[in-house]
Design a protein around this ligand. Structure first.
Ligand code: NDP
Length: 478
């Protein structure tokens, strides 16, 4: 595809074009994309600011209709968008279509939020007065997104921002920008006025500082170091910042777990979507009584995963999304081996019918929480088992990591589940379910350094995408 930027309703594809390559087939160029310059960024910021007054005052039925229509278009084109996603990012076709359907649901949800968004009315402490609390758009929002959910994350940032009356500049990852271009086309088709949503493509380091300094708010999803850098860039101008960052998510299996449930949740939560989920399980913490039986079953499950071309119907695990990520994964595997961890399954590249970044799902045994494997986010199909004495030690090991996004437990004891829910320091807890798998109607995010600045999704997203105004009215004199 020929990628295009969208600024003030004008499609632009001039300048040097940078290709994206299919990670399932390195001989296939998927798209050619222009690169935003500083001047493009400044122009997008100016038009987004110019459109802010009219969009923020646009009739709420009209705003809701545009979001709903965008959701309808995403649903109608889920096969096309999902196929592009699979070709550019490497998710299986089923995962790509599923992610597109989710993006549609997000737009439908926020169409409803436009109409549901409440204010508050209070009695005043003073006679003859009352107090109104209203929620106003935060302003021009820059949304900077990663490659691993190339339609869902742009959708949930854009839909929420527009619903609450903000104007938007979206900058997707340069590794997989195609779905964002298709989303921009659908927003235009749905009737969004020119300049309310603008799309910039290319390298985040070129335009990042300008966006962060000149937008009113930045919603960012990506790696923790990039998020820290954005926070620092935002400080002088006090740009409002929301960061959704990395995870090193623990999944605990207790002696009283249902083995089938535990194995399924660990396998899906760790290796599903090639392990490229910020909520994926990267540390599997198992108490000693169930350890051997669980490990034996898990090895079989992991070994049975079929790795291959993302568009092949038999494929369960697609390729790693890009060469940089593949090299990062292989580095972790090599260093884990060198530090004494035992490869139980995987640890090597896989041959398929095409030349691609295929990595076997990898499980290490005999690991502990001091190893790099269990401390740094890998973001690939690689995890280690940590054997512990009991639940107390499991909780201590799970919490012994500064990243705090998601955490899970497999147990048949309500008492243990509830204790874990209370004691986990993560932003999300799952019980007898994979650590990954987020729903759009409830808050999503983690505590620092996995997240910062308010949750996304559900009505909680209003906290970031709006500003509060408190109005005191002396009606006694009226
Ligand atoms: P990066 O942080 O490398 O990139 C994310 C986005 O930031 C890209 O659009 C990138 O542009 C842009 N960017 C990079 N540098 C700057 C800069 N200086 N200023 C402004 N923008 C910049 O993350 P990845 O794309 O590699 O995504 C993987 C990471 O995302 C993982 O750590 C993962 O955990 C995290 N993630 C977190 C989620 C969450 O909700 N918590 C969900 C999904 C992923 P460019 O493409 O040009 O580099």
């Amino acid at each position: 595809m020929l990628g295009r930027q969208l600024i003030d309703g004008q499609w632009r594809s001039e300048g040097t074009l940078i290709p994206t390559v299919n990670p399932s087939d390195l001989d296939e160029i998927v798209g050619q994309y222009p690169q935003a310059s500083l001047a493009d960024a400044q122009e997008a910021l100016a038009v987004a600011r110019a459109q802010l007054p009219s969009w923020s005052r646009t009739n709420i039925q009209k705003r809701a209709d545009i979001l709903r229509k965008t959701g309808d278009l995403l649903l109608a084109r889920a096969n096309d968008v999902g196929t592009l996603l699979a070709r550019e990012e490497g998710k299986t076709l089923a995962e790509g279509i599923g992610e597109t359907v989710r993006a549609a649901q997000v737009f439908h949800y926020f169409a409803g939020e436009v109409l549901r968004h409440p204010g508050q009315w209070h009695d005043s402490l003073r006679d003859g007065h009352n107090v109104i609390v209203s929620y106003e758009p935060v302003g021009v929002v820059a949304a900077i997104t990663p490659w691993n959910f190339p339609i869902a994350i742009p959708a949930w940032k854009t839909a929420a921002a527009l619903a609450y009356g903000n104007t938007v500049i979206l900058k997707p990852s340069e590794f997989a920008p195609g779905c964002a271009v298709q989303l921009a086309e659908m927003l235009v088709e749905a009737g969004l006025p020119a300049g309310v949503f603008n799309l910039l493509l290319g390298n985040g380091r070129v335009i990042g500082q300008t966006l962060v300094e000149e937008a009113d708010a930045v919603t960012f999803t990506g790696a923790t170091p990039t998020g820290r850098h954005i926070l620092q860039m935002a400080a002088p101008a006090m740009t409002k910042v929301q960061l959704e960052l990395g995870g090193k998510n623990p999944f605990i299996v207790l002696d009283d777990a249902d083995l089938d449930v535990a194995v399924e949740a660990a396998a899906q939560g760790t290796w599903g979507q090639t392990g490229q989920r910020c909520t994926g399980s990267e540390r599997i913490i198992v108490t000693k009584g169930i350890h051997d039986a669980f490990v034996e079953r898990l090895i079989k499950a992991v070994d049975a995963f079929r790795v291959g071309h993302a568009l092949d119907s038999s494929t369960q695990i697609g390729p790693v999304a890009n060469l940089a990520q593949l090299e990062k994964n292989l580095g972790f595997i090599e260093r884990a081996r060198a530090s004494g961890a035992e490869v139980a399954v995987g640890g090597h590249l896989v041959e398929a019918r095409t030349r691609g970044h295929f990595l076997a799902p990898t499980l290490f045994l005999d690991t502990d929480n001091r190893m790099e494997l269990n401390r740094e986010e890998i973001f690939g199909p690689v995890a280690g088992i940590i054997k512990v004495e009991d639940f107390d030690e499991a909780i201590a090991v799970a919490g012994d990591c500064e990243l705090a996004l998601s955490s899970g437990i497999a147990t048949t004891s309500l008492r243990n589940a509830e204790r874990y829910r209370r004691e986990s320091t993560a932003g999300m807890v799952t019980v007898n379910a994979p650590t990954a798998g987020v729903e759009y109607h409830v808050p999503f995010g983690g505590r620092a350094p996995s997240g910062f600045g308010g949750r996304e999704q559900g009505s909680a997203s209003a906290e970031f995408f709006t500003e509060i105004k408190t109005t005191y009215i002396n009606h006694g004199v009226l």
